[in-house]
Write a protein that binds this ligand. Structure first.
Ligand code: SF4
Length: 346
């Protein structure tokens, strides 16, 4: 595991035409085009670039200007993404493009999501080659918003699926339904992050629409392996009421969905906030555990909150520590004590 020197990636099959891929979702209106990939619906005149930096109007056509351009590549443990119920103890090549379609004031990756960063142009073949190195099982499109990398994502996921490698998305779920449905068949696992259950919080700190995100969660649940991350912003999204609303929503979609409550850290434009207190994290764990089968807390040293307990017999079946999972309580995908089928992919 570790960093890949993306600026030394092999360019053997790269050719300049790959940077001129036409966008799949846009319409032409008078003197501009309107991007239809996400709800921001950027209106772009000739030469203008979308808010996510992924699309540019060139002479009245919209092009996927971030196609084949990556700003980071690293081999990560699957548990770090976080995915606790998808190929435990595996490694995945994690890559990102520059830019995002949200404006999270707390973004931990703002250096690559909200600031311009030098990129590397790579071919699909290079991505495929690296996806299998260092025992990686595939590619995680991560760190920034992968859905605004749509055309590259579509081509890469199709190719990877074709050679039996896995495609993982770590996403804010902020895309229009049509493109989202088009990419889902190629996605083996997705972790969608929810920042709050109140639109005011999305308006104030994120620039996004909560209903769109919740709809993406429902769509993803029907189609692929889904895990969720809920951000515990102190005083904004960590109240018992709001956590309860989130838990009720998830329970309505599927009680077996693994949920990760993520501790908030003061960062970027919200460095004046405090870290989520342990008290709120523990309350969230207790509230969620009453209705959901797989609840986890991230970034805490509280014992047991990253372990898996059988929803049927309540015995400890997976112990996790430092991104390593001890599966001693499992027999295949079942609890070894009572035989209950666990929502986990191997
Ligand atoms: S995908 Fe990018 S360019 Fe398209 S509407 Fe969203 S932010 Fe704008």
């Amino acid at each position: 595991m570790g960093n890949v020197d993306i600026f030394a990636l092999d360019e053997k099959t790269y050719s300049l035409d790959i940077i001129m891929v036409e966008a799949k979702f846009y319409r032409v209106e008078a003197d501009h085009v309107v991007c239809e990939l996400c709800p921001r619906a950027c209106k772009l005149k000739n030469g203008e670039e979308g808010d996510c930096w992924g699309y540019t109007n060139v002479d009245g056509k919209l092009y996927a200007s971030s196609y084949g351009r990556i700003v980071t590549a690293v081999y990560d443990p699957m548990e770090k993404k976080p995915f606790f119920h998808y190929y435990p103890n595996s490694t995945v090549l994690s890559v990102a493009a520059n830019g995002c379609n949200m404006r999270c004031q707390f973004c931990q990756n703002h250096e690559i999501s909200l600031e311009r960063k030098e990129h590397k142009e790579i071919s699909l073949q290079t991505l495929l080659d690296y996806s299998g190195k260092s025992h990686s099982i595939g590619v995680a499109y991560s760190f920034t918003e992968p859905l605004t990398w749509f055309e590259f994502l579509l081509d890469a996921t199709r190719k990877l699926k074709g050679i039996g490698q896995k495609n993982i998305l770590i996403s804010n779920g902020y895309a229009n339904e049509k493109p989202f449905k088009e990419i889902l068949p190629y996605i083996d696992g997705i972790n969608i992050s929810v920042k709050s259950m109140r639109q005011e919080v999305y308006d104030k700190y994120v620039e996004g629409n909560l209903d769109v995100v919740l709809n993406s969660i429902k769509l993803a649940h029907d189609e692929t392996h889904l895990e969720l991350t809920y951000l515990m912003i102190p005083g904004e999204s960590d109240s018992e009421t709001e956590v309860g609303d989130f838990v009720d929503f998830v329970a309505g979609v599927g009680k077996d969905i693994p949920v990760h409550f993520k501790r908030f850290f003061p960062h970027h434009k919200m460095s004046h906030f405090v870290m989520t207190p342990n008290e709120s994290m523990v309350k969230a764990y207790k509230i969620a555990s009453q209705k959901l089968n797989y609840t986890y807390l991230t970034d805490t040293d509280i014992d047991g909150v990253s372990d898996t307990f059988c929803p049927n017999c309540k015995r400890l079946i997976i112990k996790r520590r430092d991104y390593q999972a001890n599966l001693g309580g499992m027999r295949g995908p079942n609890c070894k004590f009572c035989g209950h089928r666990i929502n986990i992919k191997f």
